[in-house]
Every structure is written in structure tokens, then in C-alpha cells.
Design a protein around this ligand. Structure first.
Ligand code: NAD
Length: 255
């Protein structure tokens, strides 16, 4: 264990599955205490078990990031005993439906995706801002290759919009919080095998093949592939890095 994050308290939204779970495990291995904030208590409990059985420290709070009041209450609950110094805004959802479909369904997809991926990121960040400023902390937001493009993913206007917003928020906040010593960065994963795309991978092999043709490393990613950049951006190894997006996409955006 290198203990790059020793002494840190890391709050990870959506830490009960996929990329967030991988980040929690990596942060704990590096010595951070991890607090999992997830709407799904079963997933959160699974992550707590994985971390603690490996000798790390973790706890979970059930939280729907779309609930602004609940985000404030969670931050206040944690602040009673310690201060969060690393925040990972990772909770996210996706649906791939065309804009020309049933108007009510299209509007619901828009509302749901924007409220989790974008409003949720604001709600949680705002709730933890005092703690992050007090600790000269670090924020890591999970963007996407869809923070730039949606070439291989038709029917994803809402998701693409949300992930462009993640990048805009990252840059704007980095500019604002730099004077407080708070660093704000993002990670842009490519196609990572998790629950969010399990159905798409199972039912749409052409989409996966199209992405792989555009991916120099020629394989889908795993949550562990995102954990390394997430440790880097949370640790002092990136002390002079802010406002960046680190692409962890097998080279997708390069070609
Ligand atoms: N898997 C990929 O290919 C990929 C690529 C680029 C970006 N991302 C992003 O990575 C992040 C993590 O996704 P994943 O692939 O691990 O998916 P996942 O479905 O495995 O995990 C998402 C987690 O977010 C939680 N969550 C969903 N809505 C929530 C809410 N309202 N409040 C609190 N928690 C909530 C879920 O319970 C789950 O634990 C997302 O922001 C996603 O957009 C994923």
C-alpha cells in the first residue's frame, strides 16, 4: 500500500456499483477513509464489505443526489465527526432513447438524466463546499467521452448534454476555487463494463464493435482502469493540476 491518500476522508457518490465501487476500493487501499453516498443501499453495503474485508475503512449513507436537502443533511451528518477532503461526483444514469419518440417519455428521460448527472453534482458539491474549502480538498467529477462527442452513441442528447455540463462545471469551479487551494478535475471514461451499459452491451453488439474500432487499445475498460486516474487526481501527485479532464478511454478521443 503506497498510502497516497492517508489521512483523507473521501465521499464517493454512486460508490455502490461499477466505477464508483472501483474508486472506493482504490482510495481505501491508498489509506483514505471512504464514505459511500448511494441511492442503492445494497450496493453501498457491498462496497463497504469489499473495503473492510480488505482491511480498509468505509461506511455508507443512503443518499439520492437529486434531493438537495438530503445532500445538505448528509454533509452535516459527516461534519459532526470529520471533514470530507475528497469528493467524487460519480453517481450517474443513462438512457438511450431518440428525441423523436413519445414526447412524455423524451421529457422524462431529459428530466431524470439532467437531475442526477448535473443537478446531483451541483447539490452534492454545494453541500460539501465548506468542508472541501476547510481541508483545501479535491473534487473529481466523472465526465465521459460524451463530454466532447457522441459520435458512436446516437440517441443520447440528454446524456451528452449532462456530460458536457460536467466538464463546464469542472472548469468553472476550478477557476473559482483555486484561490482556496481546492482542486477540481474530471475523468473522461470510455466504454467501461458496468451495470449502466450492461443491457446495451448485451443487446447492441454493433455499438460495442463501433466503439472498439475507434479505440486504439482495442478493449472495453474495467472500473480498475478509472481507479488509477482517480487516485492521481485526489492525491498530492497532481498538486499542480486543476480544471483538467483526464481521458481514460483506451485512446478513443485521440483518433
Ligand atoms: N460505464 C461507462 O462506460 C461510463 C462511461 C463514461 C462515464 N460513465 C459515468 O461513470 C459514472 C458511474 O457509472 P457506472 O458505469 O459505474 O454505472 P453503475 O450503474 O454501475 O453505477 C452508478 C451508481 O450510481 C448510483 N446512482 C444512480 N442514481 C443515483 C442517485 N440519484 N443518487 C445516488 N446514487 C445514484 C447507482 O445506485 C449506482 O451505484 C456515471 O456518472 C456514468 O455516467 C460511465
Amino acid at each position: 500500500m503506497a498510502e497516497l491518500l492517508k489521512g483523507h476522508i473521501a465521499a464517493v457518490t454512486g460508490g455502490g456499483s461499477g466505477i464508483g465501487q472501483g474508486i472506493c476500493q482504490a482510495y481505501a487501499r491508498e489509506g483514505a477513509e471512504v464514505v459511500i453516498l448511494d441511492a442503492n443501499p445494497d450496493g453501498a453495503r457491498e462496497t463497504v464489505d469489499l473495503v473492510t474485508s480488505a482491511g480498509g475503512k468505509a461506511s455508507a449513507l443512503k443518499l439520492d443526489v437529486t434531493d438537495r436537502q438530503a445532500c445538505r443533511a448528509a454533509a452535516a451528518e459527516i461534519a459532526r465527526t470529520r471533514k470530507v477532503s475528497i469528493l467524487v461526483n460519480n453517481a450517474g444514469i443513462n438512457r438511450r432513447n431518440p428525441m423523436v419518440g413519445d414526447p412524455a417519455a423524451v421529457a422524462k428521460d431529459w428530466d431524470d438524466i439532467l437531475s442526477v448527472n448535473l443537478d446531483g453534482m451541483f447539490n452534492v458539491t454545494h453541500a460539501f463546499l465548506d468542508q472541501l474549502r476547510a481541508t483545501r480538498g479535491r473534487i473529481v467529477n466523472i465526465g465521459s467521452i460524451q463530454s466532447f462527442v457522441h459520435v458512436s452513441w446516437p440517441n443520447s442528447a440528454a446524456y451528452t448534454t449532462s456530460k458536457h455540463g460536467v466538464l463546464g462545471f469542472t472548469r468553472a469551479l476550478a477557476a473559482e476555487l483555486g484561490k482556496d487551494g481546492v482542486r477540481v478535475n474530471a475523468i473522461g471514461p470510455g466504454l467501461i463494463e458496468t451495470r449502466i451499459n450492461a443491457e446495451a452491451r448485451a443487446t447492441n453488439p454493433d455499438m460495442v464493435a463501433a466503439v472498439m474500432r475507434h479505440t486504439p487499445l482495442n478493449r472495453p475498460g474495467k472500473p480498475e482502469d478509472i481507479a488509477g486516474p482517480a487516485v492521481f487526481l485526489a492525491s498530492d501527485m497532481s498538486a499542480y493540476v486543476t480544471g483538467c479532464i483526464v481521458m481514460a478511454d483506451g485512446g478513443f478521443r485521440t483518433v
